[in-house]
Design a protein around this ligand. Sequence first.
Ligand SMILES: NC(=O)c1ccc[n+]([C@@H]2O[C@H](COP(=O)([O-])OP(=O)(O)OC[C@H]3O[C@@H](n4cnc5c(N)ncnc54)[C@H](OP(=O)(O)O)[C@@H]3O)[C@@H](O)[C@H]2O)c1
Length: 120
Amino acid sequence: MRAIGLSNFYDGRYIDICEHADVKPAVVQLEAHVFSQQKRMQELMRAYGTRLMAWAPFAEGRNGLFTNPTLEAIGRRHGKSAAQTALRYLSCQRATVALTFAWSTPSFPASASSVSALTK
Ligand SMILES: NC(=O)c1ccc[n+]([C@@H]2O[C@H](COP(=O)([O-])OP(=O)(O)OC[C@H]3O[C@@H](n4cnc5c(N)ncnc54)[C@H](OP(=O)(O)O)[C@@H]3O)[C@@H](O)[C@H]2O)c1
């Protein structure tokens, strides 16, 4: 076995695996989005060489993420939506692996993949 990934392992459970398993976790999937960035866990994971992978990178649309005034204002300057801005921040500024899913709107996945076009 060359790599393992975990989901919803926090603090002690995560450290336990890292300290005792021969193969260290390559990624841990945690709920992570602009409203809950998991900075403390990400810092801990850095020490063991683990990347944070976000589940619900759009907070499942909660707390008005898609119409958040700050995200919209930043996005407007770059011709991007609040969703794209949130994804750009998470993946580029926070170095978090973020996989999004959309069922209702065929253009969402393509629009998500264009976030690298945002300048800093
Ligand atoms: N490991 C775990 O414990 C755990 C727990 C929960 C979820 N997950 C996984 O995490 C993944 C992501 O979760 P999720 O999809 O529920 O949450 P999410 O990515 O935070 O939000 C999904 C919502 O965002 C909308 N959306 C997607 N792309 C968009 C865009 N570009 N612009 C505007 N809206 C957009 C979707 O629309 P639509 O209405 O078109 O779909 C959907 O309503 C899933 O694979 C899920 O299985 C893991």
